[in-house]
Design a protein around this ligand. Structure first.
Ligand code: C5P
Length: 224
């Protein structure tokens, strides 16, 4: 019997991370934050002063990267240890998001991360959050969700998230960065951001977290 997977894809700030974590906790499944892997590779490459457009060099860096999600959490999010260094804070910054988005457009880098991501599929099940979870990494997932929200609301959410973490940003600057990142993610040649044909789209604009969690849970088979 195959291990069940719930995929939750969508643009930055759509609420994927928060919703995925809460749903995974509710049903006792494992959780994969695939965006954190791309962010970690972007960061590791920057640390090694690798040119982020050098596809082979970044892919090699991805293949040898040691990325660990620590059980010990900070504010509900697990600590992320990259090549032995605690990168939890740095990874949440928009600079890491932008670096992730740049290296995520390189086919060899994406290929280097496929097996790592599929390895998170362990009993009793997996909630996988990202851009191509339902289309490329787990095309056979039993339940696929595509989360959206207006760009203004997504920028607002990120702004609050970053401010709570003590990162200084402006709402306008953030909106511009988010729109640029979304355009790059949606228009790239490999694994562009798009809903899987069999995904259920949920627009979270103006909706509270709890309401969205319930909508996602309602999509899961009753036999769970
Ligand atoms: O979800 P998060 O904002 O952490 O993702 C950071 C970047 O990593 C995205 O903008 C996207 O370019 C890339 N990414 C991806 N495929 C995934 C997850 C993230 O290309 N499955």
């Amino acid at each position: 019997k195959t291990v069940p997977v719930l995929t939750i894809d969508g643009p930055s700030g759509s609420g994927k991370g928060t919703i995925s974590r809460l749903v995974a906790t509710r049903i006792g499944w494992h959780y994969l934050d695939s965006g954190a892997l791309y962010r970690a590779v972007g960061l590791a490459a920057a640390w090694e002063q690798i040119d982020l457009s050098d596809e082979d060099a970044v892919a090699a860096c991805a293949a040898r990267a040691d990325i660990r999600f620590d059980a010990e959490s900070e504010g509900g999010e697990p600590r992320v240890i990259v090549n032995g260094k605690d990168a939890t804070h740095q990874l949440r910054m928009e600079t890491a998001g932008a670096a992730a988005s740049a290296i995520a457009a390189l086919p060899a880098v994406r290929a280097a991360l496929v097996d790592l991501q599929r390895g998170f599929r362990r009993p009793p099940g997996l909630v996988a959050d990202g851009r191509d979870m339902g289309t490329v990494i787990f095309p056979d997932a039993g339940t696929k969700v595509f989360l959206t929200a207006s760009a203004a609301e997504r920028a607002e959410r990120r702004y609050k998230q970053l401010k709570d973490k003590g990162v200084s940003v402006t709402l306008d600057g953030l909106l511009g960065e988010i729109l640029a990142r979304d355009a790059r993610d949606a228009n790239r040649a490999v694994a562009p951001l798009r809903p899987a044909d069999d995904a259920v789209s949920i627009d979270t604009t103006g909706q509270g977290i709890a309401a969205v969690v319930e909508q996602v849970l309602a999509l899961l088979p009753a036999s769970l």
